[in-house]
Design a protein around this ligand. Structure first.
Ligand code: ADP
Length: 460
């Protein structure tokens, strides 16, 4: 059964249940009220008759019994003989209520006398001076009026309940159609995605964004965006890896062919092969590192690391790369200890300084600084190279992302666009973050923030 049908059925049942309880309450209270009214009429008639009766030596002298048109009255003697009866039941010689005749207390009974339902009050006639029972008075009235009222009431309640339940079911059916129609859009969009294998579809929703359906659609669209992003990244990743592998493999194959054709050991071809194999090894190493990092299998062995010593170490190593081309020097240096994996932090710095040297033209300068505030250390690597185009800035930490200029320059066989994404992962997993900004008028500054070491960090 559809959700819509179930909701309609539910609201119909709820309205039906409420009306049933309400109807029963109305029916019972109306019946009780009318019965009480009938009883009080019978009591009044009985007391009037008893009040006007007089007991004498010869028996009881009864008053006029036809005071009430719709009340039947019988007086029965102690010997079980009908003494007297009102005009409206002349000829009816049976007691109105046979079971009540021997009562010693006034009792009300519903009886059927001659196909008519009657309410009968039986009162023993007692002489108060000596408590002697001299007979029984029976006062009855027809219950047909009560039955009619009860039947009309039942009829009205049933018709009313039927109409209300139908209206409730219909209203719920119509309103849920409107409320649930966005879910149909969700289904259609999901089917379209499956059929066309296209994750760019989004579900349109014009209703309020904070209701349940709005939230569901928002969450679904978010999931789609995330999936689209993931698939895009994966597709790009495979394309990039393929692309990166193709160039060195083509070079290697060309050189091997050449060597074979010339049937000799050509030094230039061999060093070409050597370079490309080195490049492939670096690429595979970087990819492995990223894969380990992303699958959580790259352990960070954290100890106290003196960042000033580490910076000097990096400076010495990178001076070989800078040679006379770029002026690589230390700026302001503080004494700072952070808690981290020394080798991985060195990798971050080598990467940032390496990039700065790589992208800064001849005669430029690269300055490394180290400082701290209350909680964090900050390492800056600044150069006065061309800077990073604004459109590239949001992407440089993505895998395989290379700026337009670096892409052409990478033909020199250096970058794969993986260095900054590895650095980003390492810094993030040290509880820090890495920022980049363009310097005015030219140049780039990378700033790495790392939490300072506390007592919980193991010593080196
Ligand atoms: P690559 O191997 O291309 O250097 P990275 O991940 O290290 O890859 O860097 C990504 C991109 O960021 C580079 O291609 C380059 O466009 C840009 N970039 C990084 N550092 C600098 C810098 N100091 N100056 C200019 N551009 C830079």
């Amino acid at each position: 059964m559809s959700l819509r049908a179930r909701l309609a059925l539910l609201s119909t049942s709820i309205v039906g249940g409420i009306l049933l309880i309400f109807g029963m309450a109305v029916y019972i209270s109306v019946s009780l009220t009318i019965t009480r009214q009938v009883d009080s009429t019978l009591s009044r008639a009985a007391s009037q008759i008893i009040g006007n009766a007089r007991a004498g030596r010869l028996g009881v002298t009864l008053p006029e019994l036809d005071l009430f048109a719709d009340v039947y009255i019988q007086v029965w003697g102690k010997d079980g003989q009908l003494e007297s009866a009102s005009q409206n039941i002349q000829g009816f010689n049976q007691p109105l209520d046979a079971t009540g005749l021997n009562t010693t207390q006034p009792v009300f009974h519903d009886v059927i006398a001659g196909n008519v339902r009657l309410r009968v009050l039986t009162v023993p006639l007692i002489i108060s001076s000596n408590d002697r029972v001299i007979g029984t008075l029976q006062v009855g009235t027809s219950l047909s009026m009560v039955e009619t009222i009860q039947n009309v009431l039942l009829y009205v309640l049933f018709i009313g309940a039927g109409i209300s339940m139908s209206i409730a079911g219909l209203a719920s059916w119509v309103s849920t159609k409107q409320a649930l129609s966005p879910l149909e859009d969700v289904t259609q969009t999901a089917l379209q995605i499956t059929r066309a294998d296209d994750l760019s579809h989004r579900i349109p929703y014009k209703g309020p964004p904070d209701d349940e359906v709005g939230q569901l659609i928002h969450a679904f669209n978010e999931t789609l965006s995330r999936l689209e992003n993931l698939f895009d990244t994966q597709r790009r990743f495979v394309a990039d890896v393929g692309h990166e592998l193709r160039t060195p493999l083509t070079v290697i194959k060309g050189n091997v062919d050449l060597l074979r054709r010339m049937n000799c050991t050509d030094e230039e071809s061999l060093s070409g092969i050597d370079n490309e194999v080195g490049r492939l090894t670096r690429l595979v190493g970087d990819l492995l590192l990223l894969a380990q990092a992303e699958s959580g299998k790259l352990p960070l062995i954290k100890t106290d690391v003196e960042m000033d010593t580490l910076l000097l170490d990096v400076l010495n190593q990178m001076n070989v790369l800078a040679k006379d081309r770029v002026d690589l020097r230390l700026g302001e240096i503080d004494q700072v200890i952070v808690c981290g994996d020394r080798d991985r932090l060195k990798q971050v710095l080598v990467n940032l300084v390496g990039n700065a040297i790589k992208y800064t033209p001849q005669g430029g300068e690269v300055v490394i600084g180290l400082g701290k505030d209350d909680r964090r250390a900050h390492i800056t690597v600044s150069d006065n190279g061309p800077g990073i185009p604004t459109e590239d800035l949001p992407h440089i930490f993505e895998r395989f992302y290379r700026g337009e200029k670096s892409r052409t320059r990478s033909k020199d066989g250096k970058g794969f666009g993986l260095g900054l994404s590895i650095a980003y992962w390492i810094v993030q997993n040290h509880g820090g973050n890495i920022e980049v900004s363009n310097r005015e008028p030219t140049g780039t500054t990378f700033c790495v923030w790392l939490p300072l070491a506390d007592r919980s960090c193991p010593e080196e």
